[in-house]
Design a protein around this ligand. Structure first.
Ligand code: SAM
Length: 492
């Protein structure tokens, strides 16, 4: 087992950073937290045929609570920068209240709550950063101006390096303002010792700059020229990046995660502010773009996300892109079921999270109908769906495999219901995920029907799959393209 750090934590980054990450151990932090957009982000794809309502990946809404009052009061009693941070939060609170229009709109103080939560987390991020480390905070117009003040207070104004403007294009239906097509990435050094590897991120000069340099050496009579020599290694990119496009341009990377960022963006940040072998941390890691780019660039990495689905998705992403490296050293996972006992406890305590965990681990491309924990509404017999490209007679078909998760008893009727669902939604197969002692019922009830998975191979229409098999990553009995489902590649 090598000592390379490859770690995924499932949990609130506030607790994980406090409890598990050593002080002054991290070389680079990139964070892309929820932006206070007041949105609910759904997983994973837009629902074309409206058959299944997508499940929420995470909720980006904040409301001021009594707990926030207590924490704000605590901040005021502490040493700098907390009292300054409390002032920024209170400023946001006042501005929000002014905008609430004399009570016509509900005063949620959501921006203030968001800022207080972010400030608390950024403080613990600073604690784990080495003096030579850097931090990149990805945000947008919702809160970037307040977050910059928060970052100035925590990391000091003189350690501000850039506000990188990542601009992109895309459709928009705005009528009263210009389409909002850029994000801001606030780049701070932890101290004046922080690394910036400018030569590793150089890009070619523009054609006009090359032309100016060429003719600058050949002055016309009576005119003087300052001859500028372009660096043969290329130029350092400006602080606005338009050569990295919106996610939809990187089709072979797209995993369907709603706020996924392009690998090229993370590649540039990691190359600029870390060396090979350094430790890169992303506390809001989503579908794992940072850890993917870090692995690709031979850095060590830590990814944290509060969602079980995300954490499993990241694990799958790394396993399927770097099988040889990961087999040699493994990925440390904290906060997800590690054995059958853990899985049973999760299934009993929170059946909805158990479903999400199974779906993430099994690699569904689409989630089922239930939206909220405790939602009693029928799930239409579908907890998740695996979409597989299947080749038959030279043509590619997108086939669907329905996943049903049972944390408790499986009855003969549940197996029949799964068969009916498969027929109703015109899927090719159904998988019943359950604990080992329920597998007999699935085996006894399932018909021996098979479907054509291409190249003359037949697969069972209904199959049982135990939680034990899930934990040892035993593949489902599906065509081999199922194993290649998480294949985002780094762009050239
Ligand atoms: C904007 S997304 C990150 C997307 C990511 N950059 C990518 O390329 O996939 C924000 C993520 O933060 C996670 N999150 C929200 N609150 C969190 C918290 N307190 N601790 C850790 N993760 C959190 C959400 O589950 C979501 O996956």
């Amino acid at each position: 087992m090598s000592n390379t750090i490859r770690k995924l934590y499932r949990g609130d980054c506030l607790n994980i950073l406090r409890e598990y990450i050593q002080p002054e151990s991290v070389d680079l932090i990139y964070l892309d937290p929820p932006f206070n957009s007041n949105a609910r982000y759904n997983l994973p794809f837009a629902d074309k045929n409206k058959e299944y309502a997508p499940v929420e990946a995470f909720v980006d809404t904040w409301t001021w609570t009594a707990d926030d009052d207590a924490r704000l009061a605590e901040f005021k009693q502490m040493r700098d920068p907390r009292p300054t941070l409390a002032m920024i939060v209170e400023l946001a609170q006042r501005i929000e209240q002014m905008g609430a229009g004399g009570g016509r709109r509900k005063r949620t103080n959501s921006l203030a709550s968001y800022l207080l939560n972010m400030a608390e987390r950024l403080l613990v991020m600073k604690r784990v950063m080495k003096p030579t480390a850097s931090i990149y905070l990805h945000c947008d117009w919702y809160a970037s101006h307040y977050l910059k003040a928060v970052m100035d207070a925590i990391f000091q104004k003189e350690h501000f390096r850039n506000e990188i403007v990542w601009c992109y294009t895309g459709p928009s239906n705005t009528k009263r303002w210009f389409p909002r097509k850029h994000d801001s990435i606030l780049f701070y050094a932890n101290s004046k010792l922080s690394n910036f590897r400018r030569d590793d991120v150089r890009i070619p000069y523009s054609e006009s700059s090359v032309a100016r340099t060429k003719y600058g050496n050949n002055p016309t009579e009576g005119m003087t020229f300052t001859v500028r020599v372009n660096n043969p290694k290329g130029k350092i990119p400006e602080d606005w990046w338009s050569d990295i496009h919106a996610m939809k341009s990187y089709r072979n990377e797209i995993l369907g995660y709603p706020t996924q960022k392009p690998l090229a963006l993370l590649e540039r940040i990691i190359k600029a502010s870390s060396n090979a072998g350094d430790l890169v941390l992303d506390p809001f890691c989503g579908c794992g773009t940072t850890v993917h780019a870090a692995e690709q660039l031979n850095r060590q990495w830590i990814g944290i996300d509060i969602s079980r689905f995300s954490t499993e998705l990241m694990r799958q992403r790394i396993l399927s892109n770097f099988p040889a490296r990961v087999l040699a050293s493994g990925i440390d996972l904290v906060g997800l079921p590690e054995n059958v006992q853990d899985a049973r406890e999760l299934a009993q305590a929170n059946p909805f999270e158990f479903e999400k965990w199974v779906c993430g681990r099994i690699g569904v491309n689409k989630m089922g109908r239930r939206k909220q924990p405790g939602d009693k509404g029928a799930d239409g017999g579908i907890d998740g769906e695996i979409i597989l490209p299947v080749v038959r007679e030279g043509k590619v078909y997108e086939e669907s495999v329905v996943v049903q998760v049972k944390g408790g008893n499986v009855t003969p009727d549940s197996v029949k219901a799964l068969s009916e669902t498969v027929r109703r939604v015109q899927a090719v197969a159904g998988v019943m995920v359950c604990f080992t002692e329920q597998m007999g019922t699935v085996e006894n009830q399932r018909s021996r029907e098979t479907w054509d998975g291409g190249f003359g191979r037949q697969y069972p229409v209904i199959q049982g799959y135990s939680v034990n098999n899930l934990l040892i990553d035993k593949p489902l009995n599906l065509p081999p393209q199922y194993g290649r489902k998480r294949s985002g590649r780094i762009s050239a």
